[in-house]
Design a protein around this ligand. Sequence first.
Ligand SMILES: Cc1cc2nc3c(=O)[nH]c(=O)nc-3n(C[C@H](O)[C@H](O)[C@H](O)COP(=O)(O)OP(=O)(O)OC[C@H]3O[C@@H](n4cnc5c(N)ncnc54)[C@H](O)[C@@H]3O)c2cc1C
Length: 465
Amino acid sequence: MTQLLGGELQELRHVFAGRLITPADPDYDEARRVWNACIDRRPALIARCADAADVSAAIGFARRHGLEVSVRGGAHSAAGVAVADGAVMIDLSLLRQVDVDPLRRRARAGGGALNLHFDAAAQAHGLATPAGMVGHTGIGGLTLGGGMGHLTRRHGLAIDNLVGAEVVLADGRVVHASAQEHPDLFWAIRGGGGNFGVVTAFEFRLHPVGPMVQFGFLFWGLDQGPAALREARDVIDDLPRDVNIMIVGLNAPPAPFVPERHHLQPGYALIVTGFGSADEHTAVIDRIRERVPPLFDLVTPMPYVQVQQFTDEAAAWGSLVYDKGTQVAQLTDDVIRLITEHWPRKTSPSSAMFLYRLDAAYSEVGEDDTAFGGGRSPRFSVFILAIAESPDVLAADRAWVRSFWGALQDHALSSGSYVNDSSEFPDRWVRASYGAKYPRLAQIKRAYDPENVFRHNANIVPSAV
Ligand SMILES: Cc1cc2nc3c(=O)[nH]c(=O)nc-3n(C[C@H](O)[C@H](O)[C@H](O)COP(=O)(O)OP(=O)(O)OC[C@H]3O[C@@H](n4cnc5c(N)ncnc54)[C@H](O)[C@@H]3O)c2cc1C
């Protein structure tokens, strides 16, 4: 470390256009922070890159000095892999420019852009592509692992709309990956996470969306859970493609649209987003309301950008978090029984559960077209999150997450899961998450990163031969 602050760092400073932040700088503590407040790691150097040349220089610097590398996009990984003790953190937060070509319906986004930057730029032209449902999540980690959200039934995962990427490789070269150039790398970065290089720019296909869409948030108390979840299952079975339903376990927010007596009460919600006609959306909402009347609801036209930020405050930076995910094919009566038994046992009012429905456009992509770990048959991706303000409460809800997750394992599609939905990446779990795709990924890893420079992630170990 002392050495780093000497001549070599000066040498890097001469070629570096962005900012180099060391423990001596007043903003070091702020710069090393990540979304999950459990993570408190001290990198040797934070290289806040201004362009691909900076990324290349920072990787070269780390390698020459035997330092590990971590990559920070939006810093939302629950595992906190964006930061590592003693490592060089490649911080992409300056690369947040999003340029939209409305005629070609294409967007080029910097590797450190957040969902909210992307949505704002694309929506200025009435366009969008599937991304996450919280504005402050980075499109970097989100896309490289898959990327699911409100538009996934309509247009697939974020990776299904990726048409190219600028990637800085472990040896410092800057390459372009697409179906025509480095097709193996292009396949691998669509699901294989940050294992293969640092993406400094993503190029996405865009679709007409909004700007106004139909929004519905319907809430039921704990005792209504089984009926509400059965209704969600039934309605999803013949849901129009233009309507998305997300199932959420949460405590009712103390928001103006929530009657005061329900503030912070635990329960279940459906977020029903309509991208087609208002009538189509109303028909779905009316059917649900009629069969299982909610305690309260909010049903209104809303700008798409606002829908995309609806849960931003609830998911704010600074809480202690533990996350585990799994996937189930169907909400059978048994699965509903397990969910409604386990969900009420949490301690923290902030702990939450999300079930993303994956079908329609998601299931029309070929199983081997991308490196995405989960299969493409219709399913629910289940996120179980302990979110707490104190270590004691986190410990209680970490145990709750594990027990809830364990109870669902008899019904899980795999012992692995979605790689973007976990606080831990044990090797066995990563292999199970990629299943039959792992050996191909390990070969590509060997070709592009044989020394496993990019290892702070759901790591794919380079194959030996
Ligand atoms: C509040 C919240 C909401 C979420 N909502 C959704 C959702 O709706 N849908 C969904 O699919 N997932 C969601 N996630 C999970 C999310 O996809 C992952 O946490 C993802 O890792 C976040 O990416 P990031 O860039 O913010 O994270 P970071 O912590 O910065 O990055 C995680 C890892 O990704 C890699 N990485 C990031 N950017 C790059 C890059 N440009 N080039 C190379 N590697 C890179 C690196 O390996 C890095 O260590 C959510 C997470 C949170 C915390």
